[in-house]
Design a protein around this ligand. Sequence first.
Ligand code: FAD
Ligand code: MLT
Ligand code: ZN
Length: 477
Amino acid sequence: RERYQSHVKRGPFAVLSDLDISSFEKILPGRVVTDRDELLYSNTDWLKTVRGESRVLLKPKTTEEVSAIVKYCSDRNLAINPQGGNTGMVGGSVPVFDEVIISTQLMNKVISLDTVSGILVCQSGCILDNLYKHVEEHGLTMPVDLGARGSCHIGGNVATNAGGIHVLRYGSLHGSVLGIEAVLPDGQILDCLSTLRKDNTGYDLKQLFIGSEGTLGIITGVSILCPQQPQAVSVGYLACESFSQILEVFKACRAHLGEVLSAFEFMDSQSLALIKENMNIENPLPEYPFYVLVECSGSNGRHDEEKLMSLLQLVIDDNIAVDGTIATDLTKVKNIWRLREACPEALMFDGYCYKYDISLPLSVFYQLVEDMRARLKDRVIRVVAYGHVGDGNLHLNITAKEYNEETMALIEPFIYDWVAKYRGSVSAEHGLGFKKKNFIYHSKTPTAVALMALIKKTVDPKGIMNPYKLFPDELRT
Ligand code: FAD
Ligand code: MLT
Ligand code: ZN
């Protein structure tokens, strides 16, 4: 904590008093947490790389309660940290100093589901997996999916503009979120909880909140368009000798699977070694340098399966994949997905994980991983790459027993300079949060960042809403 807190100065905010605690108690009776263990959990991020020292965690149930506590904080000049499922990857979900944590964990009600249009309206603290279960009963599915589905909240997903495994099929949340309700930093309720597909009446304010990482207000409600649930899902798991073969397979999948292609994920051999060594998960194929997971889903299981079978045959015949297997029953499908989804957790067993989430042109996608391995040599335990290659999104992870300043100096800013050279993004889907905020200029122009700062200043003149996050240190108000 000292390591990173020494680089950042606490803002000019008030310090929580006993009177504040009792005032919160009046607004949220029995839902003001000061218990040390519970606070420790909410002060620490999922990756166990950053930890704040908040003394209070608030659990509102309604938008009006959020509004009342935010207004109180604004009047008192207390800084706030909005928190969902606390699965964020960039240190945005936990306080840096003593910010008041406002958690959406009790805001977990579904408000409505229109089964004709597929439009779901819910509170922001609904856990993604629970929403899946809810909409599946009506033949629908959620347009966003990710490994943290059992703990992340839909409000957190929207606040980070989470990507995940189905962006290839359903696009980003900027397209599927139809409306948002949010509490602004002064406590006002902004009701943009529209359920309309089309509404061109002025600026589309909800878009500002998608990916705002808690810096503009607290999202309290979300309206989202749910696609039809696929009748069947099948998965192909293929091995390739080189990364260029992976790209050839991707091209073949786009050409031959067309509308049924729903995910295209890659892992390198180091990812497979990682999950074997740390979680004892076996690779169903022999060892090769690269693997790719191809998911098909649609309205006719047999048809999708046949398409996937002929794709497998084609890529083997054309020598662009060297081995492969197909799964159609649910357990086998889940087992193959487990290979990919176990990677983030497996990394944690090594000790410390330097985590990067990058967008790059596919032509240079894996070159960065090779350059990083050559640079770090045996200073680290491993350099592992997996990700949403179908979206041009690389997850590059470097593990070591513990954090080391010299290793960090070899990784950053090298990695971000490399990404900027190819006009990539320093954060494809995880956001900037606390850890990446000072690299925003590697992916955005000064004019764009200045406009963002102007918006922040207008919406949150006191700068109380998730301070120390997203904006580079010199721009922080
Ligand atoms: P939190 O972690 O609690 O918060 C994240 C950020 O959003 C913080 O800045 C917080 O202040 C803000 N926030 C949270 N709720 C609100 C709210 N109601 N209003 C305003 N701001 C809010 N991410 C991907 O994009 N793709 C993936 O494939 C993916 N896979 C993951 C797999 C695992 C195993 C894990 C642990 C994480 C993964 N993530 C992934 C990262 C993470 O799950 C997402 O960023 C997720 O959207 C965060 O949701 P959350 O509810 O946990 O939010
Ligand atoms: C994933 O795709 O697995 C997540 O974004 C988490 C990670 O990057 O490790
Ligand atoms: Zn991801």
